[in-house]
Design a protein around this ligand. Structure first.
Ligand SMILES: C[S@@+](CC[C@H](N)C(=O)[O-])C[C@H]1O[C@@H](n2cnc3c(N)ncnc32)[C@H](O)[C@@H]1O
Length: 472
């Protein structure tokens, strides 16, 4: 029997007041005891809503008419706002963004964590609310997205685009004229590459047919002034590569690392492919308190470097280091926190899943003459073993900075077993952090909470929690 198509009921809810901002950047409203999630609105707006999804306990809707605009609204500064999915909170003042980020942390820790909490330190905002990223990745498309205005104009539009994916669309690329996320020369480089490629008839990629040549462009800036550009192409064409890369090198002599990747795979990830250094060095450096961090084409480095420095200073302060401690830095990435705290403690053990990140971590110790770090690559739940703890000793302090999923239950159990005096838990997801805090509450009290904003204009929030072992 043919499955019946589910009928969507585009019910209209009139004169609804938007109440607050909640998870994933959506706002919340209520209608007849039902919660309604709405995107693109602000707390205080009064709107008519069209229901796009209806479940037993909640609805999703979009605003179709505005009766009143909220006081917390500001004029978005970017011409692509509303089409590009990058900075969804640009229509809301930065102070209000910070208020809701802090609230998001508080709500999660109270509702999910259900542990006793001290008064929170006020969220630390980012000094820069624009141009704060040091890495952007742009995609080429031979069939760029047209906005409604462009379609309505009836004019012919250039479809060869270089920009960002439309929200939720792997195949639709919005051509970007100006982006406020990364400092210059990021915009100039992207526009120069796009214009050269158009003028020289280099073929932009077609994601549906998997044809074309130009795939993607990565620009990495650094606080040392060094600059990396990586061009990804679908197949090896040395003549075309020489043309476009020489053009870039001539136009932007400030590029210190010009690289390319030939990627014939179905996706744009290149962690398993060779990266060819065309000009300059194969890496750039970031710097913090005189410690230099080498960043290669495949290396991870916090994208808001200035605010990462603030985050790490707070993490170090929470760790309460006196020079004698054995510190375990779990989920160490490229060993940034481990190397950052190494001079203030006796020894640091860093553990991380990705082997190339661990190679970076070791190099970062070497180039800074840091000799009291040891790094291990592997899954945390296997590496953080009795054997490892026997070899290095029980940690005095654990710093943990897991991915969004939080810590594996086995890792939490191991932390309860080794019972370090302090655990500093850095998290980019307060919901999973709250879940782990509840598990850790068997032996630990939450003694400090400090939310930090790493990503202005988005709903993302980072949070640092200090856990202190209960004396029993
Ligand atoms: C939020 S990042 C931490 C970054 C690092 N602390 C920094 O500040 O640059 C989380 C890290 O955990 C690593 N990771 C994810 N799952 C893991 C696992 N099961 N075992 C070990 N490391 C893992 C990721 O590769 C990533 O580098």
């Amino acid at each position: 029997m043919r499955k019946q198509k589910k009928k969507i009921n585009f019910e209209i809810l009139e004169n609804i007041r938007i109440e607050e901002m909640v998870a994933e950047g959506k706002c919340l409203a209520r209608h007849e005891n039902m919660v309604v999630f709405v995107g693109g609105v602000a707390p205080g707006d009064v709107v008519d809503l069209r229901v796009t999804r209806k479940k037993k306990s909640f609805m999703e809707a979009e605003a179709v008419r505005f009766h009143a605009y909220s006081d917390v609204r500001v004029q978005p500064f970017c011409e692509h706002f509303g089409t590009c999915g990058g900075c969804k909170w640009q229509h809301i003042g930065y102070d209000t963004q910070l208020f809701y980020k802090q609230k998001q942390v508080q709500d999660n820790l109270e509702r999910i964590g259900k542990v006793a909490l001290p008064p929170f330190d006020p969220i630390l905002g980012s000094a820069k609310d624009r141009f704060y990223r040091n890495k952007l990745e742009f995609t080429f498309s031979n069939y760029g997205w047209l906005t409604n205005e462009q379609i309505k104009s009836g004019e012919e539009h250039e479809r060869r685009a270089l920009g960002f994916h439309m929200p939720g669309r792997f195949d639709k690329i919005l051509d970007i004229q100006n982006c406020y996320l990364q400092p210059e020369p990021s915009n100039s480089i992207r526009l120069a590459v796009r214009d050269y490629a158009r003028a020289n008839n280099l073929v932009f990629f077609d994601k549906m047919r998997m044809t074309g040549w130009l795939r993607n462009l990565i620009v990495r800036t650094a606080n040392t002034g060094e600059l990396m550009v990586i061009l990804q192409v679908y197949h090896d064409d040395q003549e075309a590569l020489t043309g476009i890369l020489d053009h870039l090198a001539a136009e932007f002599p400030e590029i210190t690392s010009l690289q390319y990747v030939v990627n014939g795979k179905g996706n744009e990830t290149f962690h398993d492919l060779p990266v060819i250094c065309y000009k300059g060095l194969p890496y750039i450096h970031e710097e913090m308190e005189g410690i230099r961090f080498r960043v290669g084409a495949k290396s991870f480095y916090q994208t808001n470097a200035d605010q990462a420095y603030e985050l790490y200073k707070l993490t170090r302060e929470f760790a309460g280091l006196t020079g004698n401690e054995l510190v375990y830095d779990l989920y160490t990435g490229a060993g940034t926190i481990a190397n950052f705290v190494a001079r203030q403690c006796r020894e640091v053990i860093g553990i991380e899943y990705v082997p190339s990140a661990i190679e970076d971590a070791k190099i970062n110790s070497q180039i800074n003459d840091i000799t009291n770090t040891t790094f291990y690559a592997g899954d945390m739940k296997d590496i953080l073993s009795d054997e490892l703890i026997e070899r290095h000793g029980k940690p005095d302090v654990v710093i943990t900075d897991p991915p969004r999923a939080g810590m594996d239950e086995k890792v939490v159990a191991k932390l309860l077993q080794v019972h370090a005096n302090r655990i500093v838990y850095v998290s980019c997801n307060p919901a999973t952090q709250a879940r782990d805090l509840e598990l850790l509450s068997e032996k630990y009290d939450v003694t400090r909470v400090q939310p930090v904003d790493m990503f202005p204009q988005t709903h993302h929030v980072e949070n640092i929690v200090l856990l202190t072992r209960r004396i029993t």
